[in-house]
Design a protein. Structure first.
Length: 184
């Protein structure tokens, strides 16, 4: 019985180790133990790899919603979201920002993202940079302007500021949707 289990695990690992199945909406990168992260990005489909020598990593290539809202538990640093952002306006008054960032991985730059930042890019760059750049934009407006109008302009400025930092890293901001801005 134990022999069959060992053979089953070995066959599964060796035979299954030759293939990587990339589902729709995802892409994969390969780390080769001899050459490092390979430049080729694998699109959806079944691909061959060298077992034990190459390791494939799947990434979500779809538009991702990064929610900034009340009720998110940040115990997991890679949770794709954040708590509301408190910012100081130009007239030195506090506001609380909630909304959604629509992000996407630039498939052409995925190998560079994985090699330079790793797969923990949420805690390393998305969350801290988003907080900083949103606060930076809000600081350019008086609180009354932030609360009552200029929302479209503020969303575009935040998107521009974030893309300036994210694009060279391999991430793209497709949209910034501010759902709630309240005095704090």
């Amino acid at each position: 019985m134990l022999d069959k289990l060992v053979v089953s695990i070995l066959v599964d690992e060796v035979v299954g180790g030759f293939f990587i199945s990339v589902p729709p909406g995802h892409v994969a990168c390969v780390y080769d133990r001899g050459r490092g992260v390979l430049d080729k990005v694998w699109e959806p489909g079944l691909h061959l790899k060298i077992p034990f020598w190459q390791v494939a990593k799947l990434f979500n290539g779809q538009t991702l919603e990064y929610d900034i809202k009340d009720g998110l538990e940040l115990e997991n640093p890679e949770l794709f979201g954040d708590e509301p952002i408190k910012a100081v306006s130009k007239d030195n008054k506090m506001v609380k920002i909630q909304g959604t960032l629509l992000l996407r991985i630039n498939k052409n730059m995925l190998p560079q993202l994985w090699e330079s930042v790793g797969d923990r890019f949420v805690s390393k760059i998305v969350r801290p940079v988003s907080r900083s750049r949103i606060r930076q934009v809000i600081a350019k407006y008086d609180r009354d302007d932030v609360l009552t109008h200029n929302r479209k302009e503020i969303e575009e400025m935040i998107k521009s500021e974030l893309n300036e930092f994210f694009n060279p890293k391999g991430l793209m901001v497709e949209g910034v949707l501010l759902s709630e801005i309240t005095p704090n």
